[in-house]
Design a protein around this ligand. Structure first.
Ligand code: FE2
Ligand code: FE2
Length: 185
């Protein structure tokens, strides 16, 4: 299944808006930690579960396809793109570390809240900087390719999947998260 570059870029930007909301939510839940407050661990778990099934599994691989198309179409579009796969991998690893902290706390292991907070700040900061770089530099370069070659498409057959929270149908495992987001609006 092939999607036009312009359309996939719209979808990637929409993903970023949704991801931004979730990163804000992670941060605001954990603001209470320095005052010995307890974040909503179930909510943190749902958010980090989402990160593994959509951003890590669909959003980043789809971006990799866009960046591969940019490399194909010229050196002037390709600058810095060699750093992207490593960055996506690092984000997934930092996310996995955070997800494990949360699971451990839920199952009663002795993980300090300070440790959780450090891993969370690390993850949120890294993903935010990555998205800012993409929006300020990489997506505009991809926009210019989409304009120059209106027929340019990417083959997403290997990375199909609806967003299970923000898509047309919410997957049941994420219904609490969606309710939370709707209430917070
Ligand atoms: Fe990315
Ligand atoms: Fe992205």
């Amino acid at each position: 299944m092939r999607i036009k570059l312009a359309r996939i870029l719209d979808e990637l930007r929409e993903d970023h808006r949704n991801l931004g909301r979730l990163l804000d939510l992670l941060e605001s839940e954990c603001k209470v930690i320095p005052e010995d407050g307890e974040p909503d661990m179930e909510l943190l778990r749902d958010i980090m579960h989402y990160m593994t099934v959509y951003p890590d599994a669909i959003h980043h691989p789809r971006e990799d396809l866009v960046y591969a198309a940019m490399r194909e179409h010229g050196a002037e579009l390709a600058e810095g793109l060699e750093n992207i796969p490593g960055d996506h991998r690092e984000i997934a690893e930092l996310g996995e570390t955070l997800r494990r902290d949360i699971e451990a706390i839920i199952s009663g292991a002795a993980v300090t809240r300070q440790h959780l907070l450090e891993d969370l700040v690390n993850y949120v900061g890294h993903l935010r900087r990555h998205m800012e770089w993409e929006e300020a530099d990489l997506f505009p370069r991809a926009d210019s390719l989409a304009r120059d070659r209106e027929s340019a498409t990417v083959d997403v057959s290997m990375h199909l999947g609806e967003d299970p929270v923000f898509g047309a149908t919410t997957v049941k495992a994420f219904s609490n998260l969606l309710t939370y987001l709707q209430r917070a609006q």
